[in-house]
Design a protein around this ligand. Sequence first.
Ligand code: 4AD
Ligand code: MG
Length: 441
Amino acid sequence: MERVWIEDIGRYADRDVEIRGWLFNKRSSGKVRFLVVRDGTGFLQVVMVKGEVPDEVFNLYDELTYEDAIIVRGKVKREKRAPGGYELLLKDLVIHSKSLDTFPIPKVRPENIPDVGKLFRFRHLWIRSRKQWSILRIRDEVERAIQDFFAARGFRRFDPPIFTPASVEGTTTLFPVPYFDEGEVYLTQSGQLYLEAGAMALGKVYSFGPTFRAEKSRTRRHLTEFWMVEPEVAWATLEDIMDLAEELVVYITERVLENRRMELEILNRDVAKLEAVKRPFPRITYDEAARILLEEKEKGRDIDFTYGEDFGSDEETVISERYDRPVMITHYPRAIKPFYMKPDPKDPSKVLCVDVIAPEGYGEIIGGSQREDDYEELLRRIREEGLPEDEYSWYLDLRKYGSVPHSGFGLGIERTVAWLSGASHVREVIPFARTPERIRP
Ligand code: 4AD
Ligand code: MG
């Protein structure tokens, strides 16, 4: 009997197969008993009919408890009413290993149990549930889509280091790590500075890896360890990478809609909202966004924003409510953005940067900019920020030897997956989330 994965079951209609997995759920209605078996690739309804299987197999039903490891054998049947469109008519069942204790996560709507902390304490088991399984499969699709997107456009993957001696995104969110005779180095906040070197060597590059921020923010959008994809392009202007960002977000969304329909359905995601994600995205300046906030405040909304400050989560949500797709906000004040961003030649109090804000309150998914490419200007900014000049000398070299305009951005994987899957918190879209209060399991 051929051993198959549930995901491939459609190719085996009317044939006898073996599935190896776990008991997800069971229910009985008299002479017919139903098992839901999961094998990691999917969930399958298995039907046992009294008289059609040997009695000793039929009676195993009573012994079965959640998450027992089992092997089922039987005939694949097309069944419209079964979830997934197929079911297995059981012929034989083997209990490979029994659960030693009651499974700690409820089988029905675990997301509805009030104690979220309990779910996260059992994260290693919770990921077996239907919704968490769906989210992690959407994450996988997003990650694959990103790599396909860049490969198809001639980008080379370039892996920056994780241990770094200096900051990229401000010195307040660095994680120090003891490092031999060096004393302290840091976990990277972003590979950007190294990617700029990569772009000068390989033209179009991107990185894809974990990044770290010692941010104590307890919001639905912040992790201390998160994954970022960062493209960097030589000779590209702000407009060029805005087009790239727009194309990337549309491509990822289309791929999820194309290949992860079932998962979106399990998550009750309103797909009409994702289908609206088409080019072009609205493009507004910081000043225009600030005006929107002012208008909303005049209408009586509770908005705590002063011109010149960065937008917080609440402000981003208010701005995004005006649009049915991500909105791109450009030209933020120089004072609230990092040292490497190039000032706008038309108004040097602003920088050539872009934040992409997702719809439905998911906040900033992309931050990017055109980089300062003038040696003297960059040196001046490094000094102004009080950054250790010698640590950035290699970075300044990129402006010394054939400096060219160049631009790039970073897309946060967790914020993107949270938005696409409709998850309520970014900690649900990474296998094992790291936050200020959670480092286990
Ligand atoms: O806007 P950020 O800080 O940009 C950079 O790091 C640039 N150096 C990227 C570049 O130009 N190459 O971060 C980029 C994105 C954010 O838009 C957000 O999606 C995500 O990374 N992000 C976080 N995600 C989860 N938890 C956090 N604490 C995050 N901080 C940033
Ligand atoms: Mg940002």
